[in-house]
Design a protein around this ligand. Structure first.
Ligand SMILES: Nc1ncnc2c1ncn2[C@@H]1O[C@H](COP(=O)(O)OP(=O)(O)OP(=O)(O)O)[C@@H](O)[C@H]1O
Length: 226
């Protein structure tokens, strides 16, 4: 059996970007860990104000850039999804899924489309923003489910979805895929009933809460930010 997926960030790891010419590179740190952080299978939310470095952090965890200092460890198959679906606008959603999946996986994708009220016969370019996000969400779910232990990193996948769908999706995340580490950047914390932890960036430090403060993750977020 494959080991459980996990995500580990050592204490003192710094995330940011490098500027300047190769012989005079300068590092700009956006966020650093104030504690060692380990997340196992479950739903983990990354919520922080605009411009604090969430996307930079997620891209670094996905291996698309290096941390400025420190070490990261991911165990499992890492899937990273940026905030917008990149696909040929002329193909129908159904054709898109047929290109990715076969048999049982395709049936799961079609089932999920039905649950989320996505019309598979519309060209991707003619879908609304929210409906395009559903295509991305379904792709992510099925890809993660097909791997033996996945680390699923998603950047604002709920943007553009209506309130009912947001609640539906966050419930689905909480109830399914206990073999997947999901780290999700979002701003829509009010729609989350269940999650396993919350990460936030406050004053340049990455903070991690594994239990709720009070009766909501929103309250936990406010406490960590204060
Ligand atoms: N390679 C780079 N070169 C220059 N600036 C950069 C680079 N990477 C990130 N930044 C800057 O760092 C800041 C944080 O960016 P990032 O996209 O990680 O924030 P964010 O928290 O995801 O923001 P938002 O919530 O608005 O999506 C931004 O001001 C961005 O322009």
């Amino acid at each position: 059996m494959a080991p459980a997926p996990l995500l580990h960030i050592s204490d003192g790891t710094r995330f940011g970007y490098r500027t300047g010419l190769p012989w005079s590179r300068q590092s700009r740190c956006l966020v650093e860990t104030a504690q060692e952080i380990t997340t196992g299978p479950g739903l983990h939310l990354l919520v922080a104000p605009n411009g604090t470095g969430k996307t930079t952090l997620l891209r670094t965890l996905a291996g698309l850039s290096r941390p400025l200092t420190g070490t990261l460890k991911t165990q499992g198959c890492v899937h990273y999804f940026a905030d917008e679906l990149k696909a040929d606008p002329e193909i129908k959603a159904r054709t898109f899924f047929r290109a990715w999946f076969r048999s049982a996986a395709l049936a799961q994708a079609e089932k999920l489309a039905e649950i989320l009220r996505l019309d598979l016969n519309t060209q991707i370019g003619k879908l609304s923003r929210g409906n395009r996000q559903k295509v991305l969400l379904i792709l992510a779910e099925i890809k993660a489910a097909r791997s033996q232990g996945s680390v699923l990193l998603m950047d604002e996948p709920l943007t553009g979805l209506d309130a009912e769908t947001r609640t539906q999706v966050t419930q689905l995340w909480a109830e399914t895929g206990r073999t997947t580490v999901r780290l999700i950047i979002m701003h829509e914390l009010e729609c989350v009933q269940q999650a396993d932890s919350l990460l936030t960036i406050a004053h340049g430090k990455l903070k991690h809460a594994t239990t709720r403060t009070g009766d909501s993750w929103m309250k936990t977020y406010q406490t960590l930010q204060s």
